[in-house]
Write a protein that binds this ligand. Structure first.
Ligand code: HPA
Length: 274
């Protein structure tokens, strides 16, 4: 058994007896969805710091806990706070929380995040369904010995984001009159924002939005055979496209402003996922 598998099983053993429901849907809350967990009923809260071998988020404003419970008739596990590569954890640790949600039973993963807009038709507050991603600038979370229990050594990544789920997101956003764009998300290591020259390069490579998370989680989840949907909240235009300096406060402010729409969309999405 690999060290990654041992850590995962250790974490699994420490929480499986605490949760009342085997979750079907996993949701990672990015900026702007921090209060989403208030919607969950009959919840069990598990702090990351109480789980052995588990990475703990160090970013201010990012809580670190799982919430397991029910939303509508769906059994759901929510991550309130994620760990980022820039916090210093190796990539396999960064994706461990996602792997654990799959082990606990979740078959569908909904990823949300805040991102910088590269596509000039976007504006701060745009919501974007992730149709594909670029992870070439961060290490793969699948590097190292492959625990065969998780997935195959050389996983296909040609359809990471489920087309039916994207269609459902668009149906819902149309019905709710919430604008939803489609785009390619590019993950950087962070924690620094990008330079204008880097953003030009990412644009030339086909990226519509840039951020410091998510794609590695999607890769690990795809490796394990989960169905994946991703939604980015464009909180700012990326460096150089925006003429002003970027800062985390602006990101949080825009995320808060859009949170009602974002939250409404995700709620209805969960309600209608098969
Ligand atoms: N770059 C990277 N990550 C981000 C940004 C950005 O402009 N905005 C929100 N997260």
């Amino acid at each position: 058994m690999t060290k990654a598998e041992k850590d995962l099983l250790n974490s699994f053993d420490s929480i499986i007896y605490k949760i009342k429901y085997e979750p079907d849907i996993a949701l990672i809350l990015g900026s702007g969805l921090g209060n989403f967990a208030d919607n969950i009923e009959d919840k069990t809260i598990i702090e990351y710091k109480d789980i052995p071998d588990f990475p703990v988020s160090t970013v201010s404003g990012h809580e670190g806990r799982y919430i397991v419970g029910k939303l509508f008739d769906k059994k759901i596990i929510v991550m309130q706070g994620r760990v980022h590569y820039y916090e210093g954890y190796p990539m396999d640790k960064v994706v461990m929380p996602v792997r654990l949600m799959k082990l606990l039973g979740a078959k569908t993963l909904i990823l949300t995040n805040a991102a910088g807009g590269i596509n000039e038709s976007f504006y701060p507050g745009t919501l974007m369904a992730i149709k594909d991603h670029i992870t070439s600038f961060v290490p793969s979370p699948l590097i190292g010995e492959n625990p065969g229990t998780l997935g195959v050594r050389f996983p296909d990544m040609s359809t990471v984001y489920d087309k039916e789920l994207i269609r459902l997101l668009h149906d819902i956003s149309n019905e709710m009159c919430i604008e939803l764009k489609d785009g390619v998300y590019l993950q950087t290591t962070g924690p620094n924002y990008e330079t204008p020259a880097e953003i030009n390069m990412y644009k030339a490579l086909g990226a519509d939005a840039v951020g410091m998370s998510t794609a590695c989680e999607a890769m690990a989840a795809n490796h394990m055979g989960m169905k994946i949907a991703g939604i980015s909240c464009i909180t700012n235009m990326a460096a150089g496209i925006s003429k002003t300096a970027l800062n985390h406060e602006e990101v949080k402010e825009t995320a808060d402003k859009i949170s009602e729409n974002f939250s409404g969309l995700v709620k209805e999405f969960i309600k209608r996922i098969k």
